[in-house]
Design a protein around this ligand. Sequence first.
Ligand SMILES: Cc1ncc(C[n+]2csc(CCOP(=O)(O)OP(=O)(O)O)c2C)c(N)n1
Length: 569
Amino acid sequence: MRGTEAIVKTLIDENVKHIFGLPGGRVMPLFDEFLNYSEELRHILVRHEQGAAHAADAYARVTGKPGVCVTTSGPGATNLVTGIMTAHMDSSPIVAFGGQVPISLIGNDAFQESDMMGITSPITKHSFQLRSPNMIRSIITKAFKIALNGRPGPVYIDLPDDVQKGEVTREVRDTHILGFRTITQGHPRQIKKAAKWLLNAERPVIIAGGGVLWANASNELHQLVEMLNIPVTTTFMGKSCFSEQHPLSLGVLGLHGRKVANYFVDNSDLLIAIGCRFSDRVTGDLESFGKKSRIIHIDIDSAEIGKNVRVDLPIVGDARRVLQQLITVLTGMAQKDNSEWSEKVKRFVKECDCNIDIEGNPIDPRRLLFELSKVWKENDIITTGVGTHQMFCAHFLKISKPRTIISSGGAGTMGFGFPAAIGAKIAAPNVEVFDLDGDGSFQMNIQELATAKEEHIKVIAVIMNNGYLGLVRQYAELFFDKRYSGVHLNRTPDFAKVAEAYGLTGYTVTRPDELAPILQEAYNSDETVVVDVHVQEEANILPMALPGGNLTNMFGGCIETKGQLFKGA
Ligand SMILES: Cc1ncc(C[n+]2csc(CCOP(=O)(O)OP(=O)(O)O)c2C)c(N)n1
């Protein structure tokens, strides 16, 4: 058996059905093999390798299974780096393959050689270099195991040319990884203690992070909330793990979070953080975060516990397993009436329910979200770029089904949205996928329109076009005396015409009354559509807390808040 055949067969055995990539000299043997297995394994040709990594990443976020991408050596492989780092920061399992020069040339500065082991090691869970065709099955199987088990994350595999071309003479089948052990069950004593704390707390709040989604623990989370009437806030990465239509949903917390979420987190006496890593975007000032509360931290990655915040009760384990354990223990205990707390939360949640049906021309970004929400169905998926448009989504969009919002949180990678939409659509062909993007972010991977056209992948790109690198402009306005340096996008192309140039349909929207019919038309279309929505140029995403400041010290925004939210609270 050829090395390339062993690669493809192992991928098929790992249930891989799609692979995103772009070829070059050092990966041609593998691409040649793809032709022999095109029925089982569909290769999707992207136009830039970064797009392949983001598509694989989004595929993983939608399915919960590793996404796979493949590139040639040197610049092909280095073009993956931003995508691998993005997946790493958001704990997304991808397996990325890069071609490599033959083993005998490694270290010679051969044509298109790059030290991908060195480059990827800080941004992956593990990097492998295949050094013998006999090791192919063993290493690829291990790579999938590592990517998915425990805290998920990316794995890189370097594929020297001669290993691809070589013969498998004695296949190594060992897939055991020495020292790789994941703790999934929470310690029973800690679980009991957590249950007691939960029942004794006067003002408990759950903070749910991306780990809840990766563990498929949304049902258990809802169950726990029904049982105890505890409010839930999510991190941006956890958004969608708890229905934001639920009366006890506080929405997203943090720097650009909702006032009501930040307020209740700050005033709770018990925080139960599940699968969240307490990023600086979530905590703000670490000195004052959680000052009034005890903190229970449930996480599969023990290294996260105590890393950023003081933890009073650590529980290492899989979020779903631990929640199941907690529910079992709590079932046997006398429940406490905490209706005073939960009613207060519900009242404040209602008060903080902002109006996003905003009139006026130019279009307010919230108006776009309002119209979008009317068009899409709850199982449809939305991806985003990075900027104000992303934070408008985080703050104002109510998402109710798990894994339906896909965004680059930890890395904040502009250009993520559109290729991610492609990956999401491949993963979930029966729902509509929207990429809600910024005019800056969309231009960073605009070339993937060709991929969508050629591969008949239908997504709806909606561009919140403000003519600026909006979030940086906002920070310049707020923190640099409105001294705008390098934030105006003077030469933005006509996106509708760009879409047409790729053989697709494009629309330009400049008036609020055009939004509903055009979005509906885009929804009904069979092909990828670009909807370029011209919004207010200097719309700020507010309220916000000061970076590094106290979470409750938010300024701006909420002019539409009904009532005086925190007065006398
Ligand atoms: C690859 C990359 N480069 C630079 C940045 C810094 N950055 C953060 S937000 C932003 C502006 C984004 O502009 P746009 O996509 O138009 O979205 P808007 O804020 O206008 O909604 C920039 C430049 C980044 N996050 N990622």
